[in-house]
Each structure stands twice: as structure tokens, then as C-alpha cells.
Design a binder for this molecule. Structure first.
Ligand code: SAM
Length: 209
């Protein structure tokens, strides 16, 4: 298939991107690793001994960062629609997080043990129709928030990718009473031209499970 001008431009930008170069050199599966590293350095999200759920985990760079920071103590459960190459220290579920059966598999793995940190970098396949894409992205963010409410320990944290647009302010309003603090973060590795941003709920106010 002949490449369009847009895909050529994307590829050129991708190969010259400093985070792509760093990820290749440092052995991370994608440039997204540097988003989580920056967020963690600022907000101290990951500590040894924690149980972390990584939603939308493939190809696995966030899970790689979590495993490193757990230093051999703790648990990582990762989930994605796509297959993910195995990572030592990561339990992986392949499936659609919006399906009840997949959620049940995740909950079964947790076995009533609450979670310290839920991270969701899920993003829907883009249709190109802005209103549809925004609605799909918000739906994934809301479902991950429901999961975090259900499973986070008191004082647990929740990180979710969202896109600025319809439903964003409402999601922030919904999160505020549930956490001690809700902040909006745009790490350097998140491209300026992207509406992508991250919402961080710090300190779950009540017990989940
Ligand atoms: N954080 C990942 C990393 O560091 O490698 C990158 C995640 S990528 C931006 C978004 C992922 O969300 C994709 O792998 C996609 O398959 C996944 N995803 C989108 N919708 C999903 C769904 N309904 N259930 C599970 N995963 C989903």
C-alpha cells in the first residue's frame, strides 16, 4: 500500500523524536515510558510492595516502569485488547476492559485484595470523527474510574489518560469528592499538539472493595 503524506510525516517525526530514541536505547517498549516516569518522579506514585493495575498496557512500557520501581516486591496486573509480549513480574490479561467477562477475570485475579494504584493509558482506535472518538475515550476513562472506586485502598491513587474536550470537566468534577486531590498533568513526552492529558486522583478517600 502506498504511504500517505500524513503517515510519512508521522514516521519522520517518530524517528527523530527524542523520546523514541531514548526508548530504543534504554530498552523501553514505547516512548510512553517517559510519561509515567515523569509523573512518578513528581507525584511519587509507585513504591515497592504495591499492587498496581495497568489498563491499556500494551506494548508494555508502563508495566516495565512499574516493575522496575517495585524492585521485586509487589504485584502488577496488566490488561489490553492486544497481545503483549511477556514481562517478568507482570500478570497479563488479554481482552476488552469494557466487557463484563474480562472485568470478572481481572477481579478474580485480585481475589478481594485491594489495589494501591490504578493506571489507565487506554485509548480507543481513532475513527477520525472527533465527537465519536471523544465519547469513546471518555467512556474508557469513566470505566477505569469505576474500577478504581471499587478496588482502590484508602489513600490509593488513580492515573488516567483523558482528552480535553466534551465530558472532561464533568469527569474532573466527579473525581474531586472521591480523592484528597485531583490534578491535571501533561508530561513532556505527551505531544503538545495532542489533546491527551492525564488526570491524577491522589488519596482515595474511602475504602474500595
Ligand atoms: N501504556 C502503554 C505503554 O506504555 O506501552 C501504551 C498504551 S496505548 C497508548 C493504549 C492501549 O489501550 C492500546 O494498546 C489499546 O489496545 C488499549 N485499549 C484500548 N481500548 C481498550 C479496551 N477497551 N480494553 C483494553 N485495552 C484497550
Amino acid at each position: 500500500m502506498k504511504r500517505s503524506r500524513t503517515s510519512k510525516a508521522w514516521m519522520q517525526e517518530h524517528v527523530s523524536d527524542q523520546f523514541v530514541k531514548r526508548a530504543n536505547k534504554e530498552g523501553y517498549r514505547s516512548r510512553a515510558a517517559y510519561k509515567l516516569m515523569e509523573l512518578d518522579e513528581r507525584d511519587k506514585l509507585i513504591r515497592p510492595g504495591m499492587t498496581v493495575v495497568d489498563l491499556g498496557a500494551a506494548p508494555g512500557s508502563w508495566s516495565q516502569v512499574v516493575v522496575e520501581r517495585l524492585k521485586g516486591s509487589g504485584r502488577v496486573i496488566a490488561l489490553d485488547l492486544l497481545e503483549m509480549q511477556g514481562l517478568p513480574g507482570v500478570e497479563f490479561i488479554r481482552g476488552d476492559f469494557t466487557e463484563a467477562e474480562i472485568l470478572a477475570r481481572l477481579e478474580e485475579l485480585l481475589q478481594d485484595s485491594p489495589v494501591d494504584l490504578v493506571i489507565s493509558d487506554m485509548a480507543p482506535n481513532m475513527s477520525g470523527v472527533a465527537s465519536i472518538d471523544q465519547a469513546r475515550a471518555m467512556y474508557l476513562a469513566e470505566l477505569s474510574l469505576d474500577f478504581a472506586w471499587q478496588w482502590l485502598k484508602p489513600q490509593g491513587n488513580f492515573l488516567v489518560k483523558v482528552f480535553i474536550g466534551s465530558g472532561f470537566d464533568e469527569l474532573v468534577r466527579t473525581m474531586k469528592p472521591e480523592f484528597n486531590k485531583v490534578v491535571i498533568r501533561k508530561p513532556k513526552a505527551s505531544r503538545d499538539r495532542s489533546a491527551e492529558t492525564y488526570l491524577l486522583g491522589l488519596g482515595r478517600r474511602q475504602a474500595g472493595v
